[in-house]
Design a protein around this ligand. Structure first.
Ligand SMILES: Cc1ncc(COP(=O)(O)O)c(C=O)c1O
Length: 376
């Protein structure tokens, strides 16, 4: 049955209405390899999202972006093979662990904070103190687009000699606690997704940002077969480039994007007001880019029965992240598991509700009414 209110309703830029732009690409004969559309997009991102500070390189998706950034961090550390772990929260998406595994590292999972659902300071500290010189890179996830305290990661880098790669998959559009685009000014790579299900919906795509332009130049070369010189590999590489058509979808999405983030934030607030008896993620950002509306069901609620009620009412929904990484059989075999009681609890109670750019308040009210009836 097709949901009356789908969980997500992707709204990328309408390429069918962008004939002139498409014709320009055709006439230029440049379809990829960091062409003019991609260059225009990167330049606008730096100005409009990152306050004119730093540099960025697009990639074909965020998973490849994470792989490149993590691999680059390990390459810098080549003399010391002892550093074999990538420290990341268990409460995240499979892509983060896969990217570390593809880079030859073993993910080691920390727990998350029970209020913000961000990586837990104490859990990270304990693992760093115990495994410090075996950890190559810390890969925190800015959970669901929340603002992550990036100063903490700079201090881990200084204190434990680790590198840092931030998984900011859902964060394009988030303003940090100071009102800057999330990640602006951070010296380590910050990786964003532009997958069509994200707030910044642009078919497929990813973005690596860092304040250091040389690091971005290196990651860009790695994403282009390791060509540090014309048609000459000077480092490890693969093909992670974004096509000009995908770059066009991204470029056009920037127009009116701020209004979209604001609108989604207003709908999210409406959900919170109507569902005051549920636990939500504690806010940390000045403005969070909301992809959907995650909340926790009460301990005694029957998650399956609630899901059935929502489905019967035609309401699409999901449960991010159930199962979390430490609960998935493949990761259980190949990763270093530690106890993560908070992630276990969040995963067991998580319910993610619909959010769309053009969702109506009445639709939010309807979802809330059905959920309240299903739970209480
Ligand atoms: C936390 C997290 N990291 C990484 C990714 C990967 O992004 P992409 O789909 O652009 O490869 C996702 C995708 O949803 C994600 O949620």
């Amino acid at each position: 049955m097709k949901a009356k209110i789908p969980f997500l309703k992707p709204a990328p830029a309408r390429l069918s209405l962008a004939e002139d732009h498409l014709r320009e690409i055709e006439e230029s004969g440049l379809y990829s390899n960091f062409g003019p559309t991609n260059a225009a997009f990167e330049s606008r991102l730096i100005t409009e999202i990152f306050g004119g500070v730093g540099a960025c390189a697009t990639v074909c998706n965020a998973t490849i972006g994470l792989m490149l950034a993590i691999k680059a961090a390990v390459m810098d550390d080549e003399p010391s093979r002892r550093r074999r772990y990538a420290l990341m929260p268990s409460y995240t998406f499979a892509a983060t662990a896969h990217a570390a595994l593809w880079s030859g590292l073993t993910p080691i999972f920390c727990d998350v904070d029970p209020q913000t659902w961000l990586p837990c300071l104490e859990s990270e500290r304990r693992i760093l103190e115990k495994f410090g010189d075996e950890i190559a890179v810390v890969v925190p996830y800015a959970t669901f687009g929340a603002d992550l305290d990036l100063d903490r990661y700079q201090s881990w880098a200084e204190r434990f000699g680790v590198s840092v790669v931030v998984d900011a998959a859902a964060s394009l559009g988030t303003l940090d606690r100071h009102g800057r685009g999330f990640g602006a000014g951070f010296p380590f790579p910050v990786v964003f997704s532009m997958h069509v299900t994200k707030t910044f919906a642009a078919t497929e795509g990813g973005l690596i940002y860092a304040s250091n332009p040389e690091l971005i130049a290196k990651l860009r070369a790695m994403s282009n077969f390791g060509f540090g010189e014309p048609r000459t590999a000077t480092m490890l590489g693969l093909n992670g480039k974004l096509s000009e058509i995908a770059a066009l979808a991204a470029l056009l999405k920037l127009d009116g994007f701020d209004r979209i983030v604001e609108r989604r934030a207003a709908l999210y607030r409406r959900y919170r007001e109507r569902l005051a008896q549920f636990d939500f993620q504690a806010p940390t950002a000045k403005r969070q880019a909301h992809q959907f509306v995650p909340l926790l069901l009460p301990e005694r609620a029957d998650a399956q029965a609630v899901s059935r009620h929502l489905t019967e009412a035609g309401i699409g929904h999901a449960s991010y992240f159930r199962p979390h990484l430490g609960e998935q059989p493949y990761f259980q075999r190949v990763c270093q598991l530690l106890s993560t009681p908070v992630a276990d609890r969040l995963s067991g109670r998580s319910l993610s509700l619909p959010l769309h750019d053009a969702m109506l308040e009445d639709e939010v009210n309807f979802v809330c009414d059905v959920l309240i009836r299903a739970v209480f």
